[in-house]
Design a protein around this ligand. Structure first.
Ligand code: SAH
Length: 369
């Protein structure tokens, strides 16, 4: 059997796309609703079992279409319950997806690209460079596979209550595929998540933030990491193109006219780099102009990293300063550290990577035979 399929993967289509597909094959557009329910509510990928479709249509679909999520290569479970899946993609690439269970919610952290092109100096994904954009099916397929593995039930045990586009890659640089996948997360016939429960995180691509507002209603998170341009440009090189003032304006515009909404700012605390009390004061002044929540992330180390995590007392002091000025701020608990699933650790150990990708290739070759 050939590894490259010529069938259309229906996971690449959102509701509107699926309607168009059915029209293009001479069927009624409402077939889309039936198929979406099978795929996302029943987790069914076999057309033959879609009993309300009629035998002829089922056979036709089996010939021209498929429902194919990425291949799950490996599952790792952390001592704290965090789960990381390694997913194999055609061509031997792999991405990681992380599930973070908490008392009242379950958050799935989804990747948007293989590698990343932005070169943020404190992120391990950057060290692997950029390979390619993920397709919609590879993005929504991460949610589909996780739901499947967790026994998530749409109308029963909802294991995945939130999705964050905070895995590998810059989601706004893969705009169309990411938006289509987020539509499937939000649509009732898809995963049915509310706007506040689907979050896109960006390193600060200003035109992308503006375009996003026109396309879909989701929560916005921005990786800030510094309250001033000079420092931010050394951490997030994209800042040279879109400096902080422009970024803040885009954030204000993003939530303008939307009821009770705020932007989440992520701020990774690095020892002696961005964790002085002066930074905290500047940050408060900056965030005054945007209704916002601040997520303080202790830096997660990785082999070859040039930064260290701020000591606990400095993290605490930083949080106290911003909170004393009325800014909502939480220190994000590091999760899944033992399995390299924490922020900025995806496709973690650099040295290990060659060996690992070698193994993936072998495993994929086996699966595709
Ligand atoms: N490219 C997008 C999506 C990635 S989200 C973005 O930048 O927002 C991943 C989050 O983890 C970002 O806020 C990123 O800045 C942060 N991060 C990256 N490396 C990290 C590290 N080593 N320790 C802690 N946080 C890190």
């Amino acid at each position: 059997m050939s590894a490259v399929s010529t069938r259309i993967n229906l996971l690449d289509l959102d509701e509107a796309g699926l309607q168009e597909f059915f029209i293009s094959i001479g069927e009624q557009p409402w077939r889309a609703q039936q198929v979406l329910k099978w795929v996302y509510h029943q987790q069914q990928t076999d057309f033959r079992k879609m009993s309300n479709l009629g035998l002829a249509l089922r056979q036709r679909l089996a010939e021209i279409a498929e429902i194919r999520p990425p291949v799950m290569l490996k599952e790792q479970v952390s001592v704290d319950g965090t789960i990381k899946w390694l997913l194999g993609l055609p061509g031997g690439n792999a991405v990681e997806t992380v599930y973070i269970p908490e008392t009242n919610r379950g958050t799935l952290c989804v990747s948007s690209q293989v590698g990343c092109a932005l070169n943020c100096t404190f992120c391990s994904t950057a060290t692997q460079g950029f390979s390619r954009n993920l397709t919609t099916s590879e993005i929504i397929g991460q949610v589909w596979l996780a739901a499947h593995a967790l026994g998530h039930q749409r109308n029963g045990t909802r294991k995945i209550t939130n999705v964050v586009m905070m895995g590998m890659g810059e989601p706004l640089l893969n705009f169309d595929a990411v938006v289509r996948a987020m539509r499937l997360m939000r649509e009732n016939l898809g995963f049915g998540l509310a706007a506040k429960r689907v979050t896109l995180s960006t390193a600060g691509l200003v035109p992308g933030i503006r375009k996003l507002r026109e396309e879909i209603d989701v929560a916005l998170a921005v990786s800030l990491h510094a309250p001033e341009d000079e420092l931010r440009s050394t951490l997030v090189p994209l800042n040279r193109k879109y400096p902080i003032a422009e970024l803040m304006q885009a954030c204000r515009d993003y939530i303008a006219g939307r009821h009770k909404r705020s932007v989440t700012f992520e701020y990774t605390l690095m020892d002696g780099i961005n964790d002085h009390s002066e930074h905290a004061h500047k940050l408060v002044r900056l965030l005054k102009s945007v209704p916002s929540k601040l997520n303080l992330i202790p830096f997660n180390p990785f082999p070859g990293a040039r930064y260290r995590c701020s000591p606990p007392d400095r993290i605490k002091r930083f949080q106290e300063i911003v909170m004393s000025k009325g800014q909502i701020a939480i220190v994000r608990k590091t999760r899944g550290e033992d399995i390299d699933a924490a922020c900025g650790q995806l496709i973690g150990k650099v040295r290990d990577r060659t060996r690992r990708s070698e193994q993936h290739r072998l495993r994929l070759a086996e699966l595709q035979q």
